[in-house]
Design a protein around this ligand. Structure first.
Ligand code: PMP
Length: 416
């Protein structure tokens, strides 16, 4: 059904072929072809990722780092190859600057705790923004409460763009760290993180970037960005759930105390005292999600095979097409109209509850997300409780956008 007319608009991007790589995209929901517009929540997995996970569980499974036997050595090797894949993907200087975590939330909690322990004292300040996901807000709040420090917040304008002049005013000698999202999950805004990093560094303040919604859309170069920390989740970049990454500059990671204690993160343990393992293991306590890490490495290889230039170009076309079509629907208001954004559309339709919109779209086979999308302060800014959100990626099609817009028109009629 999908992908025929779209070919003309794609000039070369073989979406039909790409969609075959993702088995779930050909399934039906209530007898209708699935239109998966909930990629902001999680992305679908290509067959190569599904295969490697199954294969490792079936034929190779063994705990890493702890065995002298064949299987353990083999999987340890694969786990470390995955780390090298991520290092190359992010262009990190050292592979021990790549810490495997369970996801962005775990990565940010690690930094908030550990950086906080090392560097934050009473009266100090931490800067975040008003559009942060709760995962990049609550960990800092917890740390500030523990340390007697204060959160400062960069506001945004009605289009959903951060106000950099206000950011500059917030920086002072008490600022210990800035943590902002690269791309807003609710608004789709791509924040000018290079500029934010440069401004903060001019005040000797390190910067953490929440890359949860950016990593699937553009190629990240942590050395070029010069960010101090960058975090992302495997499941949002076509990889498995339960695996994620924290990139951190070696100098910070070496100085920061461990976050979780347990196996693998130790050098020597006595009842009186423990000395810690070197990076990256110092921050990887317990059995890691080694099969997830290998699956993530596969997902990255797959994406590099598709090509980030191609992904960016296609997603821009989907963004422009959907923006034009949605803006023609009377009574539909899009939240997030930044000049630089990804194909994420938070919207309200007349005074219809976004939940009703979501449920009715679902009956047409269209998956969107509804609610506050874990960004309640962002919705407080707009004076509403949330939205319906369609988030598109390269495997979505122009026909799906047409079908989605027809669906919205139908819902409007039902309520009129
Ligand atoms: N930050 C942003 C911007 C997100 O979109 C998300 C996931 N919705 C997270 C953090 C948290 O990611 P995870 O649940 O994978 O830890």
């Amino acid at each position: 059904m999908f992908g025929i007319k779209g070919k003309q608009k794609d000039s070369g991007f073989e979406v039909k072929k790409i969609r075959k790589d993702f088995p779930i995209l050909s399934r039906k929901i209530y007898g209708k072809p699935l239109v998966y517009f909930d990629n902001g929540a999680t992305t679908q997995k290509p067959q190569v990722v599904i295969d490697i996970i199954n294969e490792l569980h079936a034929k190779e499974n063994s705990n890493v780092h702890r065995g002298v036997h064949y299987l353990s050595g083999h999987l340890t090797g694969m786990y470390e190859v995955a780390r090298n894949t991520i290092q190359a993907f992010l262009n990190a200087k050292e592979n021990h600057e790549i810490i495997f975590t369970s996801g962005v939330t775990a990565s940010i909690n690690l930094v908030a705790f550990s950086f906080g322990e090392a560097y934050v004292h009473e009266g100090d300040e931490v800067i975040i923004s008003e559009m942060e996901h709760h995962s990049n807000l609550v960990p800092w709040q917890l740390m500030c409460e523990r340390k007697g420090a204060h959160l400062r917040v960069i506001p945004f304008n009605e289009k959903g763009e951060l106000l950099l002049d206000e950011f500059k005013k917030l920086l002072n000698e008490k600022t210990k760290i800035v943590s902002v999202t690269h791309v807003s999950n609710s608004l789709g805004t791509v924040n000018p993180i290079k500029e934010i990093i440069d401004i903060a560094h001019a005040h000797n303040v390190p910067v953490m970037i929440d890359g949860a919604q950016a990593i699937q859309h553009e190629k990240i170069d942590v050395q070029e960005l010069d960010c101090d920390f960058y975090a992302f989740s495997g499941h949002k970049v076509y990889g498995p759930t339960g695996i994620g990454v924290l990139y951190g500059k070696e100098k910070w990671l070496n100085d920061m105390p461990p976050y979780l204690g347990g196996g693998d993160m130790i050098d020597r343990v006595t009842i009186e005292k423990t000395t810690y393992n070197e990076l990256p293991f110092k921050f990887e306590a317990g059995t890691p999600n080694y099969i997830g890490a290998v699956g993530l490495g596969k997902a990255i290889d797959y994406l590099l095979g598709v090509g980030f230039d191609e992904i960016r170009a296609r997603e821009k076309k989907l963004l422009d097409y959907a923006t034009e079509k949605l803006s023609k629907i009377e009574g539909l208001k899009i939240y997030g109209t930044a000049d630089h954004k990804v194909a994420t559309f938070s919207f309200l339709l007349d005074d219809i509850s976004p939940y009703d919109v979501g449920v009715l779209l679902d009956q047409m086979g269209i998956a969107v997300r509804t609610g506050h999308h874990c960004t309640q302060p962002l919705w407080d800014h707009y004076g509403t409780e949330g939205s319906a959100r369609a988030s598109l990626v390269f495997y979505n099609t122009f026909e799906e956008i047409d079908y989605f817009c027809e669906g919205i028109e139908k819902i409007k009629k039902m309520f009129s």
